[in-house]
Design a protein around this ligand. Structure first.
Ligand code: FDA
Length: 473
């Protein structure tokens, strides 16, 4: 057992924990990062499969994600644009695949009008919200105690419009059925991305990717940490704490520190035994944040055959097993990669199938209903399975149960003595995204520095500038 003494110990080497560690070490503090897995990156993870680059976890960046943009600028990481040229495919409830162009789904004019009405309503609600404080929205309690499913139907009689709008937040983002989270949670998702318009515009929200891959961002940050800082294969299962500091117990490293950044997803807080136990409020709060569940399907072909047919690879099917598909070919690769998404109750169905062969057959058949027979024969087929990853337990991220956001949210970012919580799932802007993880990492570092150095913390700091830039501003 290695016994270390540091100013700060960080638990979790995902983008949030690593950003916090990087900022703290640049500010001259000694840091140790204890990571459960044998790799960095957490919910961002890249593998090579038969020559193709597969982003198993997070991958896209949108123009408003300026926290992440400032970090990659600092690291010298470039981005490339997702392939967007060509027409898209929409699968109707009756199972017809319609090729279309433009922003509107090819549905009845009255449905388009209803969808636009709902989009406008969500835009208004999002504009009234400070994403850092969604519980201060004038209608917070009302919106948090109605499910998004029922909220949509209270505002429109058009079932197709409700399903289509529901897709953008339910299957598309929170990866829970729309009856399982509140309208306030849905408005937060929109507000965190700038507007609901941004969220429903796939060319905005899924704009670009990292040339290093998204896990590459964490790898580059890790390279810049001082020696003897990062310790992989060190799950922390026991944390002693008092006003004087903490002792974090990893598998073969124990760290005594003045402060701890707990940079694990909120659903895993209770995986750790705390001595003494956390206060009542946190013990209760942490039971109300749970992971969604989505399967990311990767299918690699000899060529991106859909492009030759004038298609972008973008497909939507709100009532289908595979609800979204995109061209996911990595920069410079000649093969063509499609990524599909199977969310919540549809994911349950896929995992309940008997064998990998059956899953492959069912999923490819569903994808072929959008893009034709050639879809059935990929050279690589892989399903991202974060639900069975012990150190994540779902995907993409955690959200509150009905009523939880306005009840527990206001204190979710309060530190408990020396313990600071840092996760993309606690962010306002960039909520549930790598951008939010970076912003939270910087904000946690800033709060700890203020405590350690006896200076004041600027509550308005949004985590976009690095702490050095902020100090020099
Ligand atoms: P994250 O979960 O990444 O890291 C936490 C770390 O803590 C992990 O490394 C874990 O192993 C470790 N840990 C847990 N318990 C521990 C313990 N007890 N002791 C030590 N270590 C412990 N975002 C985006 O911006 N664009 C996108 O396209 C997508 N797409 C996407 C797809 C999929 C399939 C997933 C799963 C997620 C995304 N995301 C995304 C979300 C994005 O990946 C996510 O928001 C960030 O990775 C969160 O970063 P954090 O550092 O907060 O947690």
């Amino acid at each position: 057992m290695k016994n270390l003494e540091r100013d700060v110990v960080v638990i979790g080497a995902g983008p949030s924990g690593l950003t916090a560690a990087y900022e703290l070490s640049k500010a001259g503090k000694t840091v140790a990062v204890l990571e459960a897995r044998d790799r960095v990156g957490g919910r961002t993870w890249t593998e090579q499969m038969d020559g193709a680059t597969i982003e198993i976890g997070g991958q896209w960046i949108s123009p408003d994600q300026t926290g992440l943009y400032s970090l990659i600028e600092e690291l010298g990481i470039e981005t490339f644009e997702r392939y967007k040229q060509g027409k898209s495919v929409y699968r109707t409830e009756a199972g017809e695949a319609i090729v279309y162009e433009g922003d509107d789904f090819p549905v009845a004019e009255s449905t388009v009008a209803e969808m636009n009405k709902l989009i406008e309503l969500m835009n208004q609600l999002a504009a009234e919200m400070n994403p850092d404080k969604p519980w201060e929205h004038p209608r917070a309690a009302e919106l948090d105690t109605i499910s998004f499913h029922h909220f949509l139907r209270n505002n429109s009689d058009d079932e197709t419009a409700c399903n289509n709008i529901g897709l953008f937040i339910a299957g598309g983002m929170l990866t829970k059925p729309a009856h399982a989270f509140s309208a306030l949670q849905a408005v937060l998702m929109a507000s965190s991305a700038g507007s609901f318009d941004n969220l429903v515009d796939e060319d905005f929200i899924l704009d670009r990717r990292m040339k290093t891959s998204m896990q590459g961002v964490s790898i580059e940050v890790a390279k810049r940490l001082p020696e003897e800082t990062l310790f992989l294969n060190n799950p922390v299962l026991k944390l002693e704490w008092s006003d004087e500091g903490v002792v974090a117990h990893g598998a073969d490293v124990t760290v005594k520190a003045k402060k701890v950044v707990l940079a694990v997803p909120p659903n895993l807080y209770s995986r750790i035994s705390y001595f003494p136990p956390l206060p009542r409020w946190q013990q209760v709060t942490h039971q109300h944040q749970s992971m969604g569940l989505v399967i990311k399907v990767h299918a690699v072909y000899e060529t991106p055959f859909w492009r030759e047919e004038g298609l972008s690879g973008t497909c939507f099917g709100p009532n289908h097993l595979v609800q979204e598909i995109y061209d996911n070919t990595f920069d410079g690769e000649e093969t063509g990669t499609l990524v599909g998404f199977i969310s919540d109750v549809e994911a349950d169905k896929v995992w309940s199938l008997e064998s990998d062969e059956e899953r492959k057959e069912v999923v490819l058949k569903a994808m072929a209903e959008f893009l034709g027979e050639k879809t059935l024969d990929p050279k690589v087929f892989y399903l991202s399975d974060f639900g069975s990853e012990e150190w994540t337990r779902g995907a993409y991220a955690t959200s509150y149960d009905l009523g939880g956001l306005h009840r527990f949210g206001p204190t979710q970012n309060d530190n408990v003595g020396p313990i600071y919580f840092s996760s993309s799932d606690l962010a306002g802007e960039g909520f549930q995204h790598v951008d939010g993880a970076v912003r939270m990492g910087r904000r946690s570092a800033a709060r700890i520095l203020a405590e350690l150095d006896g200076t004041s913390y600027d509550e308005s700091y949004d985590g976009v500038a690095t702490l050095t830039e902020k100090a020099n501003a």
